[in-house]
Design a protein around this ligand. Structure first.
Ligand SMILES: [Zn+2]
Length: 238
């Protein structure tokens, strides 16, 4: 695997395009390979209170040479939430409950700030499915680039969720040491994962553990580098 020299890893040199604008007017950015057709989309930061996902994926992107990037990358799918430190976007909508699915509901979704706390903080799912520009932009760009598989990064449930128990899911679990599960065990109406399942688009949810970022950089960035460069493919055997 080729990596950019450390001195050059301070900025992102890959080309990005805009796929929309947030409620607060921030550009939604996706990084696309210049030399390859992207078969996979890696997406972080749909929950603004999970900045570790963005930092880890950014570090991998910044260490990948331009010619070696094989896949599409969204570092932050919810910049408004990230800038405000909220799980939801600027209108209080949990974007991961705003997708158009058979089971979408207008009932609020409840979350917790920390693992172990009660799940009692209410967020909106939007006034209708795809009510939010961040959701609509994401669906538009997915339609355009047509990835064969998606990995959505979250924290901190400490697992790899893959409803298809695919070779990629198994590889991610084996290399990260995170347990592989096929379902989080509770309904997630309107989630990105449920949307993808209905569209039969393979989507794996990678949930980083609740660990200091410094530990996680050592533990996970190498795996992310392999995914960006498709190096994992040679390690996935039939
Ligand atoms: Zn999340």
């Amino acid at each position: 695997m080729k990596l950019i020299s450390r001195v050059e890893r301070g900025i992102i040199k890959h080309k990005s395009i805009s796929y929309g604008t947030t409620n607060l007017g921030i550009t939604l950015e996706i990084y696309l390979p210049e030399k390859h057709e992207p078969k996979m989309l890696l997406m972080a930061g749909i929950h603004g209170d999970e900045p570790d996902t963005t930092v880890l994926l950014s570090e991998a992107l910044r260490s990948t040479p331009i010619d070696e990037l094989h896949n599409a990358v969204i570092l932050c799918a919810n910049p408004d939430g990230m800038s405000r430190g909220t799980r939801a976007n600027a209108r209080g909508v949990d974007l991961n409950r705003n997708f158009s699915t058979d089971n979408w509901t207008s009932n609020p979704v409840y979350h917790r700030n920390h693992v172990g706390e009660p799940q009692d903080i209410a967020l909106s799912t939007g006034h209708k499915p795809e009510s939010e520009p961040e959701t609509r932009g994401l669906l538009r760009i997915i339609d355009q680039i047509n990835p064969r598989e998606i990995i959505a990064f979250h924290s901190a449930l400490d697992c790899v969720e893959d409803p298809n128990n695919s070779k990629l899911g198994q590889w991610l679990s084996k290399n990260s040491g995170l347990k592989l599960i096929d379902d989080v065990g509770y309904p997630t109406p309107g989630s990105f994962g449920t949307w993808a399942k209905e569209k039969k688009l393979p989507l794996i949810t990678f949930e980083f553990p609740e660990e200091p970022l410094t530990h996680m950089k050592t533990r996970f960035v190498n795996i992310l580098n392999k995914l960006l460069q498709n190096e994992h493919l040679s390690e996935i055997s039939d």
